[in-house]
Design a binder for this molecule. Structure first.
Ligand code: CP
Ligand code: NVA
Length: 315
């Protein structure tokens, strides 16, 4: 395998904070690279183009998939990783985010951040010398939707023109699905309980024709090519848990919802999942579910993303 010879600084700095930060054409490229990178990984073929690069990961919230996929992915590409949390760094002792960005980005080549308000990652990015990747904020989770679109492609081909049904909270995942519908040209059916709707301003989508809102989750699932959901209570909203359990009771994805979708509908969930809350066990563990591919694909798409941000287009 030829290793690209691009030097740091040769690729213009780009951040990946929201799904709409990349174009449909760039997503085509990235999905192609992720396919190739995954194939090499499956064939035990060494590919270490980031051998001299370091990723800093900053976690202000818990994680399993994001931590493992970024860390394993960076090591597989030959690079190294530094992991920071609020508890074991000065971030938890009120060092300004701008100062942290200035310092950390002098020592590493790329930064992944999982935090609360999106404005925090924007402040970091504004003061960072290197690309910043959003590993989840209260408002967006672009790496997850990148993996979900890749997973849809693997199983069913292009998502363009298809219908994706979002059942549940109008949260970071829902906002990001809406951006993806806008950028990639599919329709998002959304059904949320009253009071938990997607905020169109937060989602930041000008083209409202890519979204259709339904009061009843069954109606949202009708004819869908993909049905997807997420926890009722996202990280940072734990104080609302009791109220949410009541409000979301009718928004559990069950067999009846899949039965009105396309016969070959896929089910996705970013995980962690709560069987018997937002999804029934026979759905997430059933024949339409691709959640384990979806989780694994985080690593492959993020390797393609880091390669793109650090080395630009290959070949
Ligand atoms: N889906 C996802 O981001 O999982 P983690 O919270 O485990 O990283
Ligand atoms: N919406 C969830 C996603 C977890 C990966 C949360 O923000 O907690």
């Amino acid at each position: 395998m030829n290793t690209p010879t691009i030097k740091p600084g040769q690729v213009p700095k780009r951040h990946y904070l929201q799904f709409k930060d990349l174009s449909a054409e760039e997503y085509d490229y990235l999905l192609g690279r992720a396919t190739l990178i995954k194939k090499r990984f499956k064939n035990y073929e060494k590919y270490t183009p980031l051998f001299d690069r370091t990723l800093a990961m900053i976690f202000e919230k818990a994680s399993t998939r994001t931590r493992v996929s970024f860390e394993a992915g960076m090591y597989q590409m030959g690079g190294s990783v530094v992991n920071l949390t609020s508890g074991d760094s000065q971030l938890g002792r009120a060092e300004p985010i701008e100062d942290s960005a200035r310092v950390i980005s002098r020592m590493v080549d790329v930064v992944m951040i999982r935090t609360f308000e999106h404005t925090k990652i924007e402040a970091f990015a504004a003061h960072s010398r290197v690309p910043v990747i959003n590993g989840l904020t209260n408002e967006y989770h672009p790496c997850q939707i990148l993996a979900d679109v890749f997973t849809y492609n693997e199983h069913r081909g292009s998502i363009r023109g298809k219908v994706v049904a979002w059942v549940g909270d109008g949260n970071n995942m829902a906002n990001t699905w809406l951006q993806a519908a806008d950028v990639l040209g599919f329709t998002l059916h959304v059904s949320t309980p009253s009071g938990y709707e997607i905020d169109a301003k937060v989602a930041g989508v000008s083209n409202q024709s890519c979204v259709k809102v339904f009061d009843n989750p069954m109606d949202a699932c009708r004819g869908a090519h993909l049905v997807t959901t997420d926890v009722w209570t996202s990280m940072g909203y734990e104080a609302e848990n009791e109220a949410r359990q009541k409000a979301f009771a009718d928004w559990r994805v069950d067999r009846d919802m899949l039965a009105v979708a396309q016969p070959d509908v896929l089910f996705m969930h970013c995980l962690p999942a709560h069987r018997g809350e937002e999804v029934d066990a026979d759905v997430i563990d059933g024949p339409h579910s691709v959640v384990w591919d979806e989780a694994e694909n985080r690593m492959h798409v993020q390797k393609a993303l880091m390669e793109y941000l650090l080395l630009g287009r290959i070949g």
